[in-house]
Design a protein around this ligand. Structure first.
Ligand SMILES: [Fe+2]
Length: 250
């Protein structure tokens, strides 16, 4: 069976608008496993309305979640990151470790408002890059300025940004226009990794299999493995030190 890595989801319990209880989390972990998702980066919101829990709380919840994941299947690996809603104070908050990077690497998953203008998105990304961080742009297909002009997305990739798309956008669950845009992105090799952006067992559950099958059919097995697994693993498991659970990440 294929193994996938989910780079963006809200499976960490009771910290944002994602999993509301450990029961939700466990149910979604089982769903993920059924889908072939063995590596999961939980990315709770740092967002003015959707959640903003301090790192200490997030790490505690991670510990509890890992205990449950181990009971479900020893193959499951859970790492902690954040989905950061961009604001001008964000780069300093990351520096001060008030917002967590992705699995303690220098990669950060950043989102913007759907209607933010292209220039604003570029400036925000540059501001974060200038502080020494690598940006993964969350669900690029949601931003109107990108979806309306793929050259903007191509420019973002040229800036060194890693581009994440949601699995359900690949399969058309977010409309035909979004599906067509994501297809054009893949045609031009602009997609770096995939996330489920799963929130609850019944609200955008963690599904990847259907999207991976579609990509494999259209673009071949190697390409599918790159965007569903190996690209993400390369950047997430980069650091040499051991993470908090004692699991070696190298
Ligand atoms: Fe999200």
């Amino acid at each position: 069976m294929e193994r996938f890595m989910d780079m963006h989801c809200h499976l960490l319990p009771e910290v944002d608008d994602g999993a509301q209880s450990m029961e939700d989390t466990k149910q979604m972990l089982r769903m993920a496993l059924d889908e072939g998702i063995q590596y999961i980066v939980v990315t709770p919101h740092h967002h003015p309305h959707r959640g903003k829990k301090p790192p200490k709380v997030l790490r505690h919840q991670l510990k509890l979640m890992r205990e449950e994941a181990a009971k479900i299947d020893e193959k499951l690996r859970v790492y902690l990151g954040t989905e950061i809603y961009y604001g001008q104070d964000v780069p300093d908050l990351i520096r001060e470790e008030k917002i967590l990077t992705m699995n303690r690497t220098n990669y950060v998953l950043v989102e913007f408002s759907h209607s933010d203008p292209y220039e604003y998105i570029c400036q925000g990304i540059r501001q974060i890059q200038m502080k020494g961080y690598e940006v993964i742009l969350a669900h690029i297909e949601r931003y109107h300025c990108m979806c309306d002009d793929i050259e903007n997305a191509a420019h973002i990739a040229e800036m060194g940004v890693k581009i994440q798309v949601n699995a359900d956008s690949i399969t058309g669950e977010n409309g035909r226009k979004v599906k067509r845009f994501v297809k054009q992105m893949m045609d031009r090799n602009l997609v770096y990794c995939v996330g489920t952006d799963a929130h609850r067992p019944n609200v955008r559950p963690p599904r990847m299999k259907k999207a991976a099958e579609y990509v494999q059919k259209k673009y071949g097995e190697d390409y599918m493995r790159r965007i569903f697994f190996s690209n993400a693993r390369r950047i997430m498991l980069k650091r040499r030190r051991r993470d908090e659970s004692g699991q070696s990440n190298t």
